[in-house]
Design a protein around this ligand. Structure first.
Ligand code: BGC
Length: 272
């Protein structure tokens, strides 16, 4: 079957692409024809997984390179973008995906737990978005008139709108991502840079394994999902590919919830 979204010739950086949603996005963008920079954290385990994603892409006939960078660090982000453009020239797409959780009741949450989540999920997304905006604005020659000059896609969460007890650092980071994304979309639209978010619900990845890896946990999770199934990385990846393509050329400043209806207050169905 021919792939519906065409990203051939485009270059995409996907942060945190060694596992979970990031991995799914990297594979999907490559299937759509993009050359993909698979960013991973600079440790042995992430590096191995990052290289495995590159291998999967190249085995399928695509192009990809793994580049290590801790996106919460300014120097690492600068280095990531330099290395990416040395390898693939102009960057067209940033998928700001890398994110972590550090749950704790508020009375026990350490400043380190708060800071680590904000540093990765919010400051890291700012640093990468800034680097991408600079790269798009400095690009010569400009891309063809019918295409955007660049696209930034934030991977947010349903928790940009749903409060989350014991994960206040995480929810605060994603609430921040919501207005960061919209502010950048407003700021960059005149320069033909499109900025959007995909907000996943419960997706089957390592980050939330305890929420789905036993039948009891899965049954209780499904009460929160009107559509009746957990999401898969491909569900998110297809939405990202569309937002990264020129098919969504008139879309900017939007959050696309990919959550099986989790944000629809399912407990109000027949109640209230
Ligand atoms: C979190 C997951 C959680 C999901 C729905 C995501 O942002 O990373 O752990 O399962 O939201 O609550």
């Amino acid at each position: 079957m021919r792939h519906a979204v065409d990203l051939s010739g485009r270059v995409a950086i996907v942060t945190g692409a060694n596992s979970g949603i990031g991995r799914g996005v990297a594979l999907e963008l490559a299937r759509a024809g993009a050359k993909v920079v698979v960013n991973h954290r600079p440790n042995q385990d992430s590096e191995q997984r990052g290289h495995a994603v590159v291998q999967d892409i190249t085995n399928a006939g695509g192009q990809a390179v793994a580049i290590a960078a801790d996106i919460s660090r300014e120097d690492d982000v600068e280095q990531l973008f330099r290395a990416a453009s040395n390898h693939f020239q102009d960057i067209d797409i940033l998928v700001n995906n890398a994110g972590i959780e550090q749950p704790a009741p508020i009375q026990d949450m350490t400043l380190a737990q708060w800071q680590k989540v904000i540093d990765t999920n919010l400051t890291g997304q700012f640093l990468c978005a800034r680097a991408a905006a600079r790269a798009f604005l400095n690009r010569t020659p400009k891309p063809p008139a019918e295409a955007a000059a660049g696209k930034i896609i934030f991977i947010s969460s349903v928790h940009e709108v749903i409060p989350w007890a014991f994960q206040s650092n995480y929810a605060a980071s994603k609430g921040g991502v919501s207005l960061l994304m919209q502010s950048l979309a407003q700021e960059l639209a005149p320069m033909k840079i499109r900025v959007n978010s995909v907000a996943p619900g419960a997706i089957r990845t390592p980050i939330n394994a305890p929420a789905w890896n036993t039948p009891e946990a899965l049954a209780s999770l499904l009460k929160l999902i009107p559509y009746g199934r957990i999401g898969e990385p491909e569900d998110v990846a297809r939405a990202v590919a569309w937002l990264a393509s020129d098919d969504s050329d008139y879309v900017t400043g939007s959050t696309l919830f990919v959550d099986g209806g989790m944000t629809l207050y399912p407990e109000f169905r027949g109640a209230g």
